[in-house]
Design a protein around this ligand. Sequence first.
Ligand SMILES: [Zn+2]
Length: 267
Amino acid sequence: MDLTVEKKLRNLYELQAVDTALDNLKAMMGELPMEVADLEDEIIGLETRLTNIEGEIGQIQDGINAYRTRIKECNQQIDKYKEQLNQVKNNREYDALNKEIEILGLEILQAEKSIKMQQEKLDTQKEILRVTGETLENRRKDLEFKRVELKTIEKENEEEMNRLGGDREKAEKDVDPRLLKAYNRIRKNVINGIAVASILRGSCGGCFARIPPQRQSDIRAHFKIIDCEHCGRILVDVTISGQETIVEVKEEKPATRKRLKLGAKAE
Ligand SMILES: [Zn+2]
Protein backbone atom coordinates (compact mmCIF):
# COMPACT_ATOMS: atom_id res chain seq x y z
CA MET A 1 0.00 0.00 0.00
CA ASP A 2 1.44 3.34 -0.97
CA LEU A 3 0.87 5.99 1.67
CA THR A 4 0.66 9.69 1.01
CA VAL A 5 3.61 11.81 2.12
CA GLU A 6 1.41 13.39 4.74
CA LYS A 7 0.46 10.02 6.21
CA LYS A 8 4.09 8.87 6.16
CA LEU A 9 5.12 12.00 8.03
CA ARG A 10 2.32 11.59 10.55
CA ASN A 11 3.34 8.01 11.28
CA LEU A 12 6.98 9.01 11.56
CA TYR A 13 6.20 11.87 13.90
CA GLU A 14 4.17 9.51 16.05
CA LEU A 15 7.27 7.37 16.50
CA GLN A 16 9.35 10.43 17.30
CA ALA A 17 6.85 11.50 19.95
CA VAL A 18 6.99 8.10 21.66
CA ASP A 19 10.79 8.00 21.46
CA THR A 20 11.05 11.47 22.95
CA ALA A 21 8.78 10.48 25.83
CA LEU A 22 10.97 7.42 26.40
CA ASP A 23 14.13 9.53 26.24
CA ASN A 24 12.75 11.93 28.83
CA LEU A 25 11.77 9.10 31.12
CA LYS A 26 15.22 7.55 30.88
CA ALA A 27 16.89 10.91 31.43
CA MET A 28 14.85 11.48 34.56
CA MET A 29 15.60 8.03 35.91
CA GLY A 30 19.23 8.37 34.87
CA GLU A 31 19.87 11.24 37.24
CA LEU A 32 18.39 9.91 40.45
CA PRO A 33 20.42 6.70 40.66
CA MET A 34 23.50 8.86 40.04
CA GLU A 35 22.51 11.23 42.83
CA VAL A 36 21.99 8.28 45.17
CA ALA A 37 25.39 6.84 44.23
CA ASP A 38 27.07 10.24 44.78
CA LEU A 39 25.50 10.52 48.22
CA GLU A 40 26.62 7.01 49.13
CA ASP A 41 30.19 7.90 48.12
CA GLU A 42 30.08 11.12 50.10
CA ILE A 43 28.81 9.31 53.19
CA ILE A 44 31.63 6.75 52.99
CA GLY A 45 34.10 9.65 52.72
CA LEU A 46 32.60 11.39 55.74
CA GLU A 47 32.62 8.19 57.79
CA THR A 48 36.32 7.70 57.02
CA ARG A 49 36.95 11.32 57.97
CA LEU A 50 35.13 10.85 61.30
CA THR A 51 37.18 7.76 62.09
CA ASN A 52 40.40 9.65 61.32
CA ILE A 53 39.41 12.61 63.49
CA GLU A 54 38.47 10.29 66.34
CA GLY A 55 41.89 8.66 65.98
CA GLU A 56 43.60 12.05 66.14
CA ILE A 57 41.58 13.03 69.20
CA GLY A 58 42.60 9.79 70.90
CA GLN A 59 46.27 10.50 70.15
CA ILE A 60 46.07 14.03 71.52
CA GLN A 61 44.30 12.72 74.61
CA ASP A 62 47.03 10.11 75.10
CA GLY A 63 49.66 12.86 74.78
CA ILE A 64 47.93 14.98 77.41
CA ASN A 65 47.66 11.98 79.76
CA ALA A 66 51.38 11.27 79.31
CA TYR A 67 52.26 14.87 80.23
CA ARG A 68 50.01 14.66 83.32
CA THR A 69 51.67 11.42 84.42
CA ARG A 70 55.06 13.03 83.95
CA ILE A 71 54.02 16.05 86.07
CA LYS A 72 52.91 13.70 88.84
CA GLU A 73 56.26 11.89 88.72
CA CYS A 74 58.16 15.18 88.82
CA ASN A 75 56.19 16.33 91.84
CA GLN A 76 56.85 13.07 93.67
CA GLN A 77 60.54 13.39 92.86
CA ILE A 78 60.56 17.00 94.10
CA ASP A 79 58.95 15.90 97.38
CA LYS A 80 61.67 13.28 97.80
CA TYR A 81 64.43 15.80 97.14
CA LYS A 82 62.85 18.24 99.59
CA GLU A 83 62.93 15.58 102.29
CA GLN A 84 66.57 14.87 101.52
CA LEU A 85 67.30 18.57 101.92
CA ASN A 86 66.73 18.15 105.68
CA GLN A 87 69.45 15.57 105.93
CA VAL A 88 72.20 17.13 103.79
CA LYS A 89 75.69 17.19 105.21
CA ASN A 90 77.25 19.97 103.21
CA ASN A 91 76.59 22.93 100.92
CA ARG A 92 77.58 21.05 97.81
CA GLU A 93 74.87 18.41 98.37
CA TYR A 94 72.39 21.11 99.26
CA ASP A 95 73.07 23.03 96.04
CA ALA A 96 72.96 19.86 93.96
CA LEU A 97 69.52 18.92 95.34
CA ASN A 98 68.16 22.41 94.78
CA LYS A 99 69.45 22.31 91.23
CA GLU A 100 67.55 19.02 90.62
CA ILE A 101 64.39 20.51 92.13
CA GLU A 102 64.74 23.55 89.88
CA ILE A 103 65.18 21.38 86.76
CA LEU A 104 62.09 19.32 87.65
CA GLY A 105 60.12 22.53 88.25
CA LEU A 106 61.06 23.72 84.76
CA GLU A 107 60.03 20.40 83.29
CA ILE A 108 56.63 20.70 84.99
CA LEU A 109 56.18 24.21 83.55
CA GLN A 110 57.09 22.94 80.09
CA ALA A 111 54.66 20.03 80.42
CA GLU A 112 51.86 22.34 81.54
CA LYS A 113 52.51 24.57 78.55
CA SER A 114 52.38 21.53 76.26
CA ILE A 115 49.12 20.38 77.83
CA LYS A 116 47.61 23.81 77.17
CA MET A 117 48.66 23.63 73.52
CA GLN A 118 47.35 20.10 73.11
CA GLN A 119 44.11 21.08 74.81
CA GLU A 120 43.58 23.81 72.19
CA LYS A 121 44.29 21.30 69.44
CA LEU A 122 41.84 18.93 71.08
CA ASP A 123 39.11 21.60 71.15
CA THR A 124 39.63 22.31 67.44
CA GLN A 125 39.45 18.63 66.55
CA LYS A 126 36.34 18.15 68.66
CA GLU A 127 34.67 21.03 66.81
CA ILE A 128 35.63 19.49 63.45
CA LEU A 129 34.26 16.17 64.70
CA ARG A 130 30.98 17.83 65.66
CA VAL A 131 30.54 19.61 62.30
CA THR A 132 31.53 16.50 60.32
CA GLY A 133 29.10 14.42 62.37
CA GLU A 134 26.31 16.87 61.65
CA THR A 135 27.09 16.86 57.92
CA LEU A 136 27.11 13.07 57.91
CA GLU A 137 23.75 12.97 59.66
CA ASN A 138 22.26 15.35 57.08
CA ARG A 139 23.67 13.37 54.17
CA ARG A 140 22.23 10.18 55.61
CA LYS A 141 18.82 11.82 55.79
CA ASP A 142 19.21 13.06 52.19
CA LEU A 143 20.13 9.57 51.08
CA GLU A 144 17.18 7.99 52.81
CA PHE A 145 14.89 10.52 51.13
CA LYS A 146 16.43 10.01 47.69
CA ARG A 147 16.24 6.24 47.97
CA VAL A 148 12.53 6.41 48.69
CA GLU A 149 12.12 8.85 45.79
CA LEU A 150 14.05 6.57 43.46
CA LYS A 151 12.03 3.55 44.44
CA THR A 152 8.79 5.44 43.87
CA ILE A 153 9.90 6.74 40.50
CA GLU A 154 11.15 3.34 39.42
CA LYS A 155 7.80 1.88 40.31
CA GLU A 156 5.87 4.64 38.58
CA ASN A 157 8.08 4.52 35.54
CA GLU A 158 7.92 0.79 35.18
CA GLU A 159 4.30 1.08 34.10
CA GLU A 160 4.95 4.10 31.92
CA MET A 161 7.98 2.45 30.36
CA ASN A 162 5.98 -0.67 29.49
CA ARG A 163 3.14 1.40 28.06
CA LEU A 164 5.50 3.49 25.93
CA GLY A 165 7.31 0.35 24.83
CA GLY A 166 4.02 -1.00 23.51
CA ASP A 167 3.23 2.32 21.83
CA ARG A 168 6.63 2.33 20.23
CA GLU A 169 6.21 -1.12 18.75
CA LYS A 170 2.89 -0.11 17.23
CA ALA A 171 4.19 3.22 15.95
CA GLU A 172 7.27 1.65 14.40
CA LYS A 173 5.19 -0.83 12.39
CA ASP A 174 3.37 2.01 10.66
CA VAL A 175 6.52 3.81 9.55
CA ASP A 176 7.67 3.43 5.94
CA PRO A 177 10.76 1.12 6.03
CA ARG A 178 13.01 3.51 4.13
CA LEU A 179 11.98 6.40 6.34
CA LEU A 180 12.56 4.28 9.42
CA LYS A 181 16.14 3.63 8.32
CA ALA A 182 16.73 7.35 7.84
CA TYR A 183 15.05 8.10 11.16
CA ASN A 184 17.25 5.65 13.07
CA ARG A 185 20.38 7.00 11.38
CA ILE A 186 19.51 10.64 12.18
CA ARG A 187 18.58 9.85 15.77
CA LYS A 188 21.95 8.22 16.30
CA ASN A 189 23.74 11.29 14.99
CA VAL A 190 21.93 14.06 16.84
CA ILE A 191 22.60 14.86 20.47
CA ASN A 192 19.00 15.48 21.54
CA GLY A 193 17.45 12.40 19.96
CA ILE A 194 15.16 14.46 17.77
CA ALA A 195 15.21 13.14 14.21
CA VAL A 196 11.89 14.67 13.19
CA ALA A 197 11.72 18.35 14.00
CA SER A 198 8.86 20.77 13.72
CA ILE A 199 9.19 24.19 12.11
CA LEU A 200 9.61 26.55 15.01
CA ARG A 201 9.06 30.23 14.17
CA GLY A 202 10.55 29.73 10.73
CA SER A 203 13.49 27.71 12.05
CA CYS A 204 14.37 24.05 12.39
CA GLY A 205 13.08 22.87 15.78
CA GLY A 206 16.14 20.64 16.11
CA CYS A 207 19.05 22.95 15.35
CA PHE A 208 17.32 26.36 15.13
CA ALA A 209 18.76 27.17 11.70
CA ARG A 210 16.53 29.40 9.57
CA ILE A 211 14.49 27.59 6.96
CA PRO A 212 14.14 29.53 3.68
CA PRO A 213 10.51 30.59 3.03
CA GLN A 214 10.23 28.50 -0.15
CA ARG A 215 11.39 25.41 1.75
CA GLN A 216 8.91 26.17 4.51
CA SER A 217 6.01 26.21 2.06
CA ASP A 218 7.31 22.99 0.47
CA ILE A 219 7.24 21.38 3.91
CA ARG A 220 3.69 22.60 4.45
CA ALA A 221 2.65 21.23 1.06
CA HIS A 222 3.50 17.64 2.15
CA PHE A 223 4.67 17.03 -1.39
CA LYS A 224 7.82 15.20 -0.40
CA ILE A 225 10.01 14.45 2.61
CA ILE A 226 12.21 17.47 3.30
CA ASP A 227 15.15 17.63 5.66
CA CYS A 228 16.91 20.53 7.36
CA GLU A 229 19.73 21.76 5.13
CA HIS A 230 21.76 22.50 8.23
CA CYS A 231 21.39 19.41 10.48
CA GLY A 232 19.69 16.81 8.29
CA ARG A 233 16.67 16.33 10.54
CA ILE A 234 13.40 15.53 8.81
CA LEU A 235 11.16 18.58 9.02
CA VAL A 236 7.41 18.67 9.59
CA ASP A 237 4.99 21.54 9.89
CA VAL A 238 2.62 22.23 12.74
CA THR A 239 -0.27 20.33 11.11
CA ILE A 240 1.78 17.14 11.51
CA SER A 241 3.41 17.84 14.88
CA GLY A 242 0.20 19.22 16.40
CA GLN A 243 2.11 21.61 18.57
CA GLU A 244 5.27 23.59 18.42
CA THR A 245 8.33 21.74 19.56
CA ILE A 246 9.89 23.18 22.67
CA VAL A 247 13.52 22.31 23.05
CA GLU A 248 15.52 23.17 26.14
CA VAL A 249 19.22 23.10 25.53
CA LYS A 250 21.51 22.80 28.54
CA GLU A 251 24.95 23.82 27.36
CA GLU A 252 27.00 22.17 30.09
CA LYS A 253 25.73 18.69 29.40
CA PRO A 254 26.73 16.71 26.35
CA ALA A 255 23.42 14.87 26.38
CA THR A 256 20.91 17.58 25.62
CA ARG A 257 17.79 17.53 27.71
CA LYS A 258 14.65 18.21 25.88
CA ARG A 259 10.99 18.36 26.45
CA LEU A 260 8.64 17.88 23.60
CA LYS A 261 5.10 19.02 23.94
CA LEU A 262 3.47 16.08 22.35
CA GLY A 263 0.12 15.47 20.82
CA ALA A 264 -2.64 14.12 23.04
CA LYS A 265 -1.94 10.52 22.14
CA ALA A 266 1.67 10.47 23.23
CA GLU A 267 1.19 12.67 26.26
ZN1 LIG B 1 18.10 21.62 11.58
